[in-house]
Design a protein. Structure first.
Length: 221
């Protein structure tokens, strides 16, 4: 099966966990207003929540028309296209718009060239735009133990989802963001192991199961 067909036909493989949703919401201003683009919005669950608790308008983009049948009932507008494609092939309404916030939740690890997507997004950002990114941490301590003992098995969902093309550490995520012309300005990493939350702030690469960051355009570049 080709990769585009894999994502077009794949069933919704997660219900966004509460911790990730709350972390993303905490990175948005409660009284903020403007336009958000939710990339790989799936069925629009996150965007619907954002609309319910803030004054933002939310547009959604996804490769799956099946997902968008549901998302279209929740979001202000939806667009069906491959976000990893060349910028020239994106819908005209997206290319000519300027977004205040862009959300990339669990999408960069599925792309061959995540840096190209980030650079393309700069074309549709207002000057002080913010991007919220979430990716799984391949070097989470439990995964390190599994690899140490020779276990590296793909699964249908989660950290080792067979659809993951890129694996991120804290350092590689930070480098990707910086090289694309953004700078991380805030973090709400998901640190699930009891008793390690304070350590996770010092060593996110070891104790964060999921990196959840807010980045802004680096105007000094």
């Amino acid at each position: 099966m080709e990769s585009d067909e894999y994502y077009k036909t794949k069933e919704v493989y997660y219900r966004m966990n509460r911790a990730r949703k709350e972390a993303i919401l905490s990175l948005l201003e409660k009284n903020g207003r403007g336009l958000i683009l939710d990339v790989a919005c799936a069925t629009g669950e996150l965007g619907e929540t954002i609309k319910n608790v803030t004054q933002y308008k939310v547009w959604g983009a996804d490769i799956s028309s099946n997902f968008l049948e549901t998302a279209g009932k929740k979001l202000d507008r939806t667009f069906c296209f491959d976000i990893s494609s060349d910028f020239s092939s994106w819908p005209a309404e997206i290319k000519t718009e300027k977004f205040d916030k862009i959300i990339l939740s669990e999408i960069l690890e599925h792309l061959f060239f995540p840096e190209r997507l980030l650079k393309n997004l700069k074309n549709i950002c207002v000057q002080d735009a913010e991007i919220i990114i979430t990716v799984p941490n391949v070097l989470f301590w439990k995964n390190r133990l599994k690899i140490l003992f020779g276990n590296f098995d793909y699964t249908d969902q989660g950290l080792m989802d067979r659809g993951h093309i890129h694996f991120f550490s804290w350092e590689s995520l930070e480098k990707l963001v910086n090289d694309a012309g953004f700078q991380i300005v805030d973090t709400k990493n998901f640190i699930p192991t009891r008793g390690t939350k304070w350590l996770g702030k010092i060593f996110p690469g070891l104790f964060a199961f999921q990196f959840i960051v807010k980045a802004k355009l680096n105007v000094t570049l």
